[in-house]
Design a protein around this ligand. Structure first.
Ligand code: NAP
Length: 312
């Protein structure tokens, strides 16, 4: 039996508390040895530090860190962690730019540690069955509708509207992490419109038109001001009927069949930690930048509209 990975969690905000800590507590693959955050206090009686340098200086044995900060803060911490010889689990999106993620991948390879650019939505229960079913189909078109209320899901998280915070692409990139996993052909940004509030730097809504390599259209609609029912849905039209993934990939319906509500979204993070442990034990990395590349391309291709100011 292999010893658990001694892991420190860095950036003790919403996702660290909501998902990482419960998944780590339930995992036999990882042990929480410390937490790191500029503010706050210790968790479960474990040592607490304000900075990863203090963690390194403490002499506590650490094998890996999970970085749960916003993307703008991630590269510098990841670079330092790799220098320490720690394996690194990156929350999504893996960085604020493509080049920094590629540099981290190369640094991890040179140092002989694992870098895991995680995409939690790919671990939703319907995603792998959808991928298998779509693998042999002719794709005629798809639509991605990701509309949520930012005030409810990201209360007061100003970083999300700062440069490099991704705005509505913070949830939207989850949709693209699923689409790039389940659709059998690569797809590209054809046209895009991005709405940015007058008093903010990052988008509050976007409409992207993609085309796949065979010309099929994939329309994506992102909105951060959705009232009422929230949508995290992907619908794919094929020669054998319609495949629908609802609730961020958790619920799958194929060709009119009853939706299979396979599992709660909470299943995603246990799956991520199993994957991380597998990568660490195999001595490999998993750094897929495809969803980040499509977001970057949307910004390259987009008409930018300035829209009404946004306040919490
Ligand atoms: P959050 O609640 O704002 O937490 C992020 C934490 O990172 C903060 O509590 C902050 O703690 C720390 N931090 C370090 N440097 C920072 C900086 N420069 N600016 C702001 N905070 C900084 O955000 P979150 O929702 O947990 O999201 C963090 C990451 O997880 C994002 O990349 C997001 O996409 C991803 N994620 C979020 C969710 C979700 O539902 N919220 C789901 C999946 C993935 P200190 O001030 O104590 O350092």
């Amino acid at each position: 039996m292999t010893a658990p990975i001694r892991l420190a969690v860095v950036g003790m905000g919403k996702i660290a508390h909501d998902q990482h800590l419960p998944a780590i507590a339930a995992s036999s693959n990882v042990d929480l040895v410390a937490t790191v955050s500029r503010q706050g206090g210790s968790v479960e009686g474990r040592p607490f530090f304000h900075d990863v340098r203090d963690l390194a200086d403490s002499g506590i044995a650490v094998d890996a860190v999970a970085l749960c900060t916003p993307p703008q803060a991630r590269r510098a911490i990841a670079e330092y962690a790799i220098e320490q010889g720690w394996h690194v689990f990156l929350e999504k999106p893996p960085g604020a730019t493509l080049a920094e993620v590629v540099a981290l991948r190369d640094a991890a390879a040179a140092r002989g540690v694992t870098l895991f650019a995680s995409w939690h939505s790919r671990y939703a229960a319907g995603v792998e069955p959808a991928r298998h079913w779509l693998a042999d189909r002719e794709i005629r078109g798809a639509s991605i509708i990701w509309r949520e209320n930012v005030r409810h899901w990201h209360p007061g998280q100003d970083w999300i509207f700062e440069p490099g915070g991704f705005g509505v692409f913070d949830p939207g990139i989850n949709a693209l992490s699923i689409a790039t996993r389940i659709l059998p052909r690569p797809f590209f940004v054809d046209h895009a419109e991005i709405d940015i509030p007058g008093n903010r730097a990052s988008p509050i809504a976007a409409r992207i038109g993609f085309r796949d390599a065979a010309g099929a259209e994939i329309a994506m609609d992102l909105d951060f001001l959705q009232e009422g029912p929230q949508s995290w849905d992907i619908v794919v039209e094929t020669d054998a009927g319609t495949l629908s993934l609802f609730r961020g990939g958790a619920v799958l319906s194929i060709a009119g069949g009853a939706p299979a509500d396979a599992a709660e979204l909470h299943g995603e993070y246990p799956g991520l930690y199993r994957r991380f442990a597998t990568l660490v034990h195999a001595g490999t990395s998993d750094v897929d930048v495809a969803p980040l590349r499509l977001v970057a391309d949307a910004f390259l291709r987009a008409r930018i509209n300035r829209v009404a100011d946004f306040d919490w």
